[in-house]
Structures are given as C-alpha cells and as structure tokens.
Design a protein around this ligand. Structure first.
Ligand code: SIN
Length: 285
C-alpha cells in the first residue's frame, strides 16, 4: 500500500479528507483500495481534493468500490455516452433545469435498491454557495431518546419520490401523477442495520419520507419533524464548500445529504455523479 496517505477529520461527527491519493491511478493496489474503504466506513464521507478525472477514470475508480447504477429511472440526466454518470448541473443540459437534492435525503431511498454510496466529482463550482451538507445517521440513531428508539425499531416508513419540495413546485399535477406511477412509494425500515459495519442508522429524511407505517400522515408528522430536526442538528453535520477537482464519496446507508440552492443560477455548478448499487431494501407500499 502507498505509505504517504493521510486521513484527517473534517468535522467531529462526519467526514474526513484523504491526502496523497491520485484517483486516476489505474495501478492503485487492492490494499490501498481496502484502506480507503475502511476510512470511508469509519468516516461516512471522504473528500479527495485536486483530482483531475476523466469520466472513464471516475467510473473506473468507482468500480473498485462496487457495482454501478446506470440510472435507468432518470435517463435524461445521464451522460449520453456513459449511463454510469449522472449529470448534476444547473444549466439546461436536459431540456429542463435540473434541480436535485435540495432537501435532506439518502440517494434512491424511494426504490427497493437504495444506493450504497455516491461519488460526486466537481468540474465547476459557483464562486459562492452550492455547498453540500452531510449528516451522520448512526449518530442520529445513537443519540435518540430511548422511548423513540423503542417505538421506531422495527417500524417502516413510506418514501415517495414525488413529494420533494422542488419537484412539487416545478411539476404539474399530471407530471407528479406520472412520476408516482413510474416510481411507486416504497416502505423502508426506519432504522437500517448497515450491511458492512452491522451498526444501526436512522433511515428517514425530509425530501422523501412521508409517513410511518400504521400511522396517518397527520399522526406521523410531529414524529418525523422531530427526527428531521434531530438528525440535522449542526453538531451532527459537515458542510462541504466545493472546489473544482474535489471528489466526495458518501455512504447512503448511514449518511444523509442536501445540496444548497443558495447560488446565482447564472453561474455554473457542474458535477458528475456515479452511484454504487446497494443491497435490496424495502418493498412497494
Ligand atoms: C445529490 O443529491 O446527489 C446531489 C448533491 C449535490 O448536488 O450537491
């Protein structure tokens, strides 16, 4: 393994920067990949600065960590030649302005194959704004009061792609109905046991979770609102200020994230994401 790799924490709850790794290096040893995977499992989010990745190199490094999604559900946001690359940009590359992830969420929780991890590479960043925030969902679960834990362990919650605030604001009633028809809501466990670490993590987030199984939306609302507030307390988060050349990896099984929309839309924010396919979880509601 390379001996010059340094891992340093970015915040107390979540996130670390890895220094001394060139992700474009196709000869990276299996030992180095295993070291990075362990650092990722320990820190939930890893930052690699000053990378210079082609799409092929981004895909090749991502594949060292697992099988990749080809994003069939959202083909118009895929790179035309590389379906493994999701175009996370704020300009009209798709005929529609792409506004994604501006509330807390875990990638693909609205499907029965939620994402294991995501690798987001920054090509262009706004001068100010457009940060991404992350929350530690192991810690969210650990620090919940015991009565909440007793109530929620074993419970499921409905995740619905059509309820995201930006989606509701920008789509007609027919379009929302169509999104819901193509992506029917899914029941996911409220606490998920991580398939590599075995640790429990809270698995609800405001962008997609609508109600708790066995309760109405009205009855669920105060409980969910408390969980959202609890999991996004500043002490539980890391906020990343992007620079071109940054690559961030996050673990969707135990971390939530949110893209900040606080930048001038005349400036460009150009990101490319690969998504690691996770284990099956949940079932159609
Ligand atoms: C995402 O939710 O994958 C996008 C995050 C971002 O644009 O910062």
């Amino acid at each position: 393994m390379q001996s010059n790799i340094v891992v340093r924490k970015l915040a107390s709850a979540i996130g670390a920067e890895v220094v001394g790794v060139n992700l474009a290096d196709e000869t990276m040893s299996d030992e180095t990949v295993a070291f990075l995977r362990q650092a990722w499992l320990d820190n939930l989010v890893l930052l690699f600065r000053d990378q210079n990745l082609t799409h092929e190199q981004h895909i090749a490094f991502s594949r060292r960590l697992g099988e990749l999604e080809t994003h069939e559900a959202i083909p118009k946001f895929c790179h035309p030649e590389h379906p493994e690359i999701l175009l996370v940009t704020n300009f009209e590359n798709t005929g529609k302005k792409l506004v994604v992830g501006r509330q807390w969420h875990s990638d693909l929780s609205t499907t029965t194959r939620p994402a294991l991890g995501s690798l987001l590479y920054c090509d262009e960043a706004p001068e100010v704004g457009g940060d991404t925030m992350f929350g530690n969902m192991y810690r969210s679960w650990e620090t919940l009061p015991e009565p909440y834990k007793r109530m929620l362990d074993g419970m499921r919650a409905k995740h619905d792609m059509s309820v995201a605030r930006e989606t509701r604001a920008r789509r007609s009633a027919e379009e929302l109905a169509d999104i819901r028809r193509r992506n029917p809501p899914v029941l996911q466990p409220v606490v998920r046991y991580h398939d590599e670490t075995g640790k429990p993590a809270l698995y609800v987030a405001e962008m997609t979770t609508v109600e708790l199984e066995g309760l109405t939306e009205e009855q669920s609302r105060p409980i969910l609102d408390y969980l959202y507030k609890h999991s996004t307390e500043p002490e539980n988060t890391y906020r990343h200020r992007w620079r071109p050349g940054d690559l961030l990896i996050w673990d969707n099984r135990c971390a939530i994230h949110m893209a900040m929309g606080d930048y001038d839309d005349n400036t460009r924010r150009v990101m490319y994401r690969t998504t690691l396919r996770g284990e099956p979880s949940g079932e159609l509601a």
